[in-house]
Design a protein around this ligand. Structure first.
Ligand SMILES: C[S@@+](CC[C@H](N)C(=O)[O-])C[C@H]1O[C@@H](n2cnc3c(N)ncnc32)[C@H](O)[C@@H]1O
Length: 267
């Protein structure tokens, strides 16, 4: 598994507890409403993570069957704990680039903030097209550029101050590295999707302390893997980042712009 996609160890619990409430909830509600608008009976989710979108769709469309998949079993274990005993939702470990499902099996496919981590996106879109029934709809979201995601941007700036000229590049490379509308549209159309739409969606992150922002970025994402590999103890670095952010924020909670790119296509 690529290190950038390794949401393992202590990451799943921190991700669900700290990162999700900070900046994922509004987008999950938006995307769930978009998926629900076509009234699908069976929905596949790829890169479901700890299940924030799964829960949102289950709330608005309780009658739909949701097959929620992810590469990392530990993320799905965290997700399943948040939706116990639901017969409508099944959790399946799966690589989005090689889906273990029949052709034409689903009415809709949804994916939120995971596609950036797929090394072979054209293959993942081909797989999405294959498992959707003709006329079925893909609805997905990725992050926009880091310049439109202010909490991540200040964390990147502080890391550059801590490690001048050699700061870790995970944030810019992975979560905020797949943002170009033209590229996204081209890859969807090349996989056979029609009626493709691509648009920016903007919210504000929930007000959070410097300590939580540092924890969210440095320890609740695979940035922790890059830090541990080449820079030192991620918990110690997160403390340094928190101290420097606190000075920037004047001790106040921070809420900034969060920008996503939503896109859809018909199989
Ligand atoms: C930032 S999380 C997003 C999780 C969730 N959708 C959300 O909105 O919170 C990215 C997820 O992509 C998953 N992922 C990375 N590569 C994958 C792949 N090739 N196939 C399936 N899931 C993958 C990771 O395990 C992780 O759970």
């Amino acid at each position: 598994m690529p290190a950038d996609a390794a949401f393992t160890g202590s990451i799943p619990e921190l991700y669900e507890r700290v990162l999700v409430p900070m900046m994922f909830l509004d987008f999950a509600e938006d995307l769930a409403a978009e998926v629900a608008s076509s009234g699908p009976a069976s929905v596949l989710e790829t890169a479901a993570g700890t299940g924030v979108l799964t829960r949102a769709l289950h709330r608005v469309l309780p009658g739909a069957t949701i097959t929620a998949t992810d590469l990392n079993p530990a993320m799905l274990t965290q997700a399943a704990a948040s939706l116990p005993g639901s017969e409508a939702v099944r959790w399946v470990q799966a690589n989005a680039q090689d889906l273990p499902f029949e052709d034409d099996a689903f009415d809709a496919l949804m994916s939120e903030f995971g596609i950036m981590f797929f090394p072979d996106r054209p293959r993942a879109y081909a797989e999405a097209h294959r498992v959707l029934r003709p006329g079925g709809r893909l609805c997905a979201a990725v992050w926009g550029p880091i310049e439109g995601n202010e909490a991540a941007l200040v964390v990147e700036q502080v890391l550059e101050e801590l490690f001048p000229g050699r700061a870790p590049q995970f944030l810019r490379r992975a979560p905020f590295g797949y943002t170009d509308h033209t590229v996204i549209r081209g890859e969807l159309e090349a996989a056979g999707f029609t009626d493709v739409t691509v648009r920016d969606v903007v919210h504000h992150s929930a007000p959070a302390s410097a300590q939580h922002i540092a924890l969210a970025h440095c320890q609740a994402t695979p940035l922790a893997n890059e830090l541990a590999e080449s820079y030192g103890d991620p918990a110690k670095i997160a403390q340094d980042v928190a101290r420097m952010l606190d000075a920037r924020f004047g001790g106040q909670p921070f809420s900034g712009l969060v920008t996503a790119v939503f896109f859809s296509g018909v199989a």
